[in-house]
Design a protein around this ligand. Structure first.
Ligand SMILES: Nc1ncnc2c1ncn2[C@@H]1O[C@H](COP(=O)(O)OP(=O)(O)OP(=O)(O)O)[C@@H](O)[C@H]1O
Length: 443
């Protein structure tokens, strides 16, 4: 029997989930806060953590970092509201197994839990420093934004310029970095990706520059740092805005001198690397606020590339969707042929706050859930359907040039009862409220 640690502060929802999962054969320990979950994690073994993102004593991501620090392979599934999808997608990058947005269907949560507990599933852990072997297919896209992106990659790749890649989480910044490396003269040499946000401050110097055996407690053998590992190739610094000020200084020195000294060594090693950095923060602003060193900023930013949001790559939505469907079919040994018209329409209208990563995740789950031979709305999260409906309603309403007049009439007719007026107009209350605000109507 698998042990599930449930962390959810909504009492009714907590109870409901506990009962449901117990019925499905899980042993559930229900907690309501991070603090209580922390105690449970210390006192018993769990096979899976199912946690809400927003808890009374902090964010579920705190729990995620703590579990990851324990270096256990317990999969963590985050439960979120629609407005938090972006945070949840970021949490996946930090090592969460998956997320489900509330409200979810019972089969949806069971599918995610089952897949997380499958023994064959390799642990999805935060990439601390991987010599990235990403050989996945790169979709270039046909939209104007994608064409511009490809053009920038093509132009900058053969140079040795430092590139700063900026874009929202999940837009494909690491993919862009890898594409630059693959098209560069360094392509035959290593591409080393380092998640600067995941390196504990105390060991950052050893991670970047290596150390010699015996230089500190725990240094039981010589270790090569990322700079040396990337020699002749490309060093990709992901989430560069997360580096501590002290580490920024060390990094700048190494980049300027092109030499590194491993911790505990007296010898300097020359390195020949190209640096590509990525961030989803406004680093220029961080410089103004004194959080990021200006000299390092300029050193990294010889050429800047902005990776567009998926929403701004409208023409590519289906291209990406088909690509993810194909890889989900391969991974899950399924043979789903495509998407229903309705699903395509929803995909085209949805705003994808978690960008390409969100789409990949969503399609993989839909592929797992779908029982027929094409993906239908049945396999999509409810929130996505709701978003589609709202959008359709808004479009319907805005088609009328005289929508302000229509609203006024409906309100008069219903003696200013917004619920009834919304019904007459064929929209829901929220849309009506938004329109009232938009037209600055005083009721
Ligand atoms: N051009 C692309 N072609 C195919 N898949 C892509 C492409 N870009 C991104 N992806 C997919 O999206 C996922 C997220 O990409 P990536 O990790 O590069 O994003 P990111 O912008 O670096 O995210 P973060 O800011 O959270 O680090 C990848 O795992 C991959 O599945």
């Amino acid at each position: 029997m698998f042990n599930v640690l449930l962390v959810e502060d909504d009492i009714a929802f907590n109870k409901m989930l506990e009962t449901f999962l117990t019925k499905k054969g899980f042993h559930v320990t229900a907690t309501f806060s991070i603090e209580a979950a922390r105690k449970e994690l210390k006192s018993a073994t769990h096979d899976l953590v199912l946690t809400d993102l927003r808890l009374p004593d902090g964010e579920g991501t705190v729990l995620l970092s703590e579990v990851k620090l324990l270096k256990t392979a317990i999969p963590i599934i985050m439960m979120t509201n629609y407005s938090d999808v972006k945070t949840a997608v970021e949490a996946m990058k930090k090592g969460a197994y998956d997320y489900v947005s509330k409200p979810f269907r019972p089969d949806e949560i069971i599918a995610v839990i089952d897949s997380a507990l499958k023994p064959s599933k390799p642990e999805v852990s935060a990439k601390i420093a991987t010599s990235s072997g990403k050989r996945a297919t790169l979709i270039e896209g046909k939209s104007e934004a994608s064409k511009r992106l490809s053009e920038f990659i093509r132009l900058v790749a053969p140079t040795d310029m430092s590139v700063l890649i900026w874009g929202e989480s999940g837009t494909g910044k690491e993919y862009v970095a890898k594409a630059i490396h693959d098209k560069s003269l360094r392509a035959q040499h290593p591409f080393v990706a380092v998640d600067c946000g995941a390196i504990p401050r105390a060991i950052a110097a050893s991670e970047f520059f290596g150390h010699v055996k015996g230089s500190f407690t725990g240094a039981t053998m010589d270790k090569i740092g990322h700079f040396e590992a990337a020699n002749k190739g490309t060093l990709f610094l992901d989430e560069v805005g997360n580096l501590s000020y002290e580490n920024q200084i060390n990094l700048l020195r190494a980049l300027q001198e092109r030499k590194v000294k491993p911790v505990g060594s007296t010898m300097e090693i020359s390195v020949d690397i190209r640096v590509i950095a990525a961030t989803n923060e406004d680093l220029g602003q961080a410089v103004k606020e004194g959080k990021f060193r200006e000299d390092l900023y300029h050193r990294l930013n010889e050429f800047i590339i902005e990776v567009p949001k998926l929403y701004d790559r409208q023409q590519d939505v289906l291209l990406f969707a088909n690509h993810f469907l194909q890889s989900a079919n391969d991974q899950l040994d399924k043979n789903i042929a495509g998407f229903s018209e309705e699903v395509i329409e929803i995909f085209n209208n949805y705003n994808w706050p978690g960008n390409i990563r969100e789409m990949g995740n969503l399609i993989k789950r839909a592929t797992l859930l779908e029982k027929g031979n094409i993906i239908t709305t049945e396999a999509l999260p409810r929130e996505l359907l709701r978003y589609g409906e709202l959008n359709a309603q808004e479009q319907l309403l805005s088609k009328h040039d005289n929508e302000k007049q229509m609203i006024l009439k409906a309100m008069e007719k219903t003696r200013f009862n917004k619920t009834k007026a919304a019904k007459i107009l064929g929209v829901d209350r929220k849309t009506l409220y938004n329109k009232i605000k938009q037209y600055d109507l005083k009721f």
